[in-house]
Design a protein around this ligand. Structure first.
Ligand code: NAP
Length: 255
């Protein structure tokens, strides 16, 4: 297989990247993109079969090794097992991509249950916190590394209808800056503040309402999943060696 970034600061040859939510959507594209740049990949999500399928695809398309792992990132006690499995298989983690997330719809704010609220905070904030602590400490004690948090524009500009999710992503943005200070200088931590990407979640949207919203974007459309890869690869690699604690917006120019 060719190494398209060999000899450039984007090269990840010999590196290992752990991608949560790596089985589908943005995470699947991120895993493939980092593998194309030379990294071996840990593909983590709840559904182990989907992770296995995606890991096989990564190896078939890039020649890189890929470890599938079933885990619920909102379950604190499951996370050490994920990190240990990655170190047992590869001996290192150089890049952690906290990508797993969910933003369930609800009718009214009063109808949001404690269970739903806790789940949204658990997957979007608690999981990235715990994983970053487990991996960041080992990175800092070893060869260093890069943590990339996949956040959302609503964490900066909340909209009605997604408030627990928006609050969780705002927390993730805050955590991004704090992690950069905690594990720097050898570990960098940045966030990609995503606008609207056309993944599985977009199947639940009203097409007319989305078209009306997209007409207000500078690029007049939602993003294709592969359009997040360049930014994550930049943040994961030495190409961004003086960038940490940054929130980088990738949203096609959403107002
Ligand atoms: N798409 C957008 O427009 C958009 C906009 C802003 C931000 N984002 C953010 O981008 C990230 C990826 O979104 P996406 O659109 O790619 O979502 P997606 O297509 O729904 O995929 C979500 C991924 O996360 C995994 N996942 C969900 N809950 C999990 C859990 N509790 N534990 C472990 N893995 C879990 C899923 O696999 P399993 O079902 O197997 O667990 C899947 O691999 C999220 O953090 C999301 O908030 C997306």
């Amino acid at each position: 297989m060719t190494a398209p970034y060999a000899g450039t600061p984007f090269d990840l040859t010999g590196k290992v990247a752990l991608v949560t939510g790596g089985s589908r959507g943005l995470g699947a594209r991120i895993g493939l993109g980092l593998a194309r740049a030379g990294a071996d990949i840990v593909v983590a999500s709840r559904d182990l079969d989907s992770c296995r399928h995606q890991a096989e695809r990564i190896t078939a398309e890039t020649g890189r090794a890929a470890l599938p792992y079933g885990v619920h990132v909102g379950h604190w006690a499951e996370l050490p097992g994920l990190v240990d499995a990655a170190y047992e298989r590869f001996g290192r983690i150089d890049v952690l991509v906290n990508n797993a997330g969910m933003s369930p719809v609800y009718d009214t704010l009063e109808s949001v249950s404690e269970e739903l609220f806790d789940k949204v905070i658990g997957v979007n904030l608690k999981g990235p916190f715990r994983l970053s602590a487990l991996v960041g400490a080992r990175m800092a004690a070893g060869a260093g590394g890069s943590i990339v948090n996949v956040s959302s524009g609503v964490g900066v500009r909340p909209r009605a209808g997604v408030l627990p999710y928006a609050a969780a992503k705002a927390g993730l943005n805050n955590l991004t800056v704090g992690l950069a200070h905690t594990y720097g200088p050898s570990v960098r931590c940045n966030a990609v503040v995503c606008g609207t990407f056309l993944t599985d979640v977009s199947r639940h949207w009203d097409p007319e309402a989305f078209a009306a919203r997209a007409a207000t974007f500078a690029l007049r459309r939602g993003g294709q999943p592969e359009e997040i890869v360049g930014t994550v690869l930049y943040l994961a690699s030495a190409a961004s060696s003086f960038t940490t604690g940054a929130l980088i917006t990738v949203d096609g120019g959403q107002p």
